[in-house]
Design a protein around this ligand. Structure first.
Ligand SMILES: O=P(O)(O)OC[C@H]1O[C@H](O)[C@H](O)[C@@H](O)[C@@H]1O
Length: 291
């Protein structure tokens, strides 16, 4: 249920990282390194709990977008606009939350829940070995007696210098659905963002994706997922979105750790499945010096 009182941000500083999160949606809204965003949040994001936060890492569950048949609302499921409960943390977690089907009783869309569920979501900032990193883990437990079929995604908004000059490596050759045209195909090479992009890419193994922009290489290593969704609205769609400034679309790219549609999760009774991702930040000038 959208929160009755405006959500309060929590801020933490760990080394060179500064992070901001809300219990509303268990939403990490910002991750900055030395004051510069890695996980991007819109300046026009609505932060009063009346709608999902535009930016950060929306947690999509138990469906993605409008669901497998395109007829469900709210968009991306009930979890991203629910107020989660804070949970105790285990090292190196910074924040953790839980959410169950009982917590969302009465919210819009709950008639579409596929069964009872228990979620635990944690944001961790591991002590950097060589490069700064962030780890996200969404544990999905099925407390019911039947298989729990769900979609899930960590809808990460990554800050880039200019999306039109950004390359996404690691998905070459994979099958994908281009949601802007409805066509399926195989990615011929590295992805370049030349206009509105909405690609659901099936992963042959666990994806290791690199987002390379002018001076940074963001490495995403997923676990427990089956797909990577790459999304940017482009200029026209962005202009229609009230929670994006007109030029914002140039400065982010969503690269989402996902399991949707035919590649969704089927959690057996009593089992827990974890979907997650580690994002590591590499400085490209250091890469060049090493060569
Ligand atoms: O506007 P939202 O509900 O946040 O969704 C934003 C986008 O999320 C995903 O990336 C989907 O693949 C897109 O189809 C959708 O437009």
């Amino acid at each position: 249920m959208p929160s009755a009182t405006p959500p309060t941000p929590r801020t933490a500083v760990r080394g060179t990282s500064r992070l901001v999160a809300y219990d509303f949606g268990a939403h990490l809204s910002t991750w900055e390194l030395d004051g510069r965003p890695v996980v991007w949040c819109s300046e026009a994001a609505v932060l009063d709990g009346s709608k999902a936060i535009r930016g950060g890492v929306p947690v999509c569950f138990p469906w993605f977008a409008a669901g497998p048949d395109g007829d469900l609302s709210p968009s991306h499921g009930v979890a991203r606009t629910a107020t989660w409960r804070r949970a105790g943390t285990r090292d190196p977690e910074l924040w953790a939350w839980t959410l169950t089907d009982e917590d969302v009783a009465g919210s819009a869309g709950v008639e579409h829940l596929p069964g009872p569920f228990r979620l635990r979501y944690a944001v961790s900032v591991p002590t950097p070995v060589e490069h700064p990193s962030l780890r996200l883990d969404l544990e999905v437990t099925n407390p019911g007696a039947a298989v729990l079929p769900v979609e899930a995604a960590l809808h990460t908004y990554l800050a880039v210098h200019d999306v039109r000059r950004t390359e996404v490596l690691g998905l070459e050759g994979a099958g994908y659905l281009d949601k802007t045209t409805g066509r399926r195909g195989h990615l011929p090479g590295p992805m370049r963002i030349e206009g509105p992009t909405d690609a659901v890419v099936d992963s042959p193994g666990l994806p290791h994706v690199e987002v390379v922009d002018r001076d940074r290489r963001l490495v995403l290593e997923a676990h427990g997922s089956t797909q990577t969704v790459v999304w940017n609205p482009g200029a026209e769609q962005a202009a229609e979105m009230s929670d994006l400034e007109d030029d914002d679309w140039r400065g982010f790219l969503c690269v989402e750790t996902a399991a949707t549609g035919d590649h969704g999760l089927r959690v057996p009774p009593g089992a827990t499945h974890t979907v997650g991702c580690t994002i590591t930040v590499h400085d490209r000038s250091a890469d060049r010096r090493r060569r």
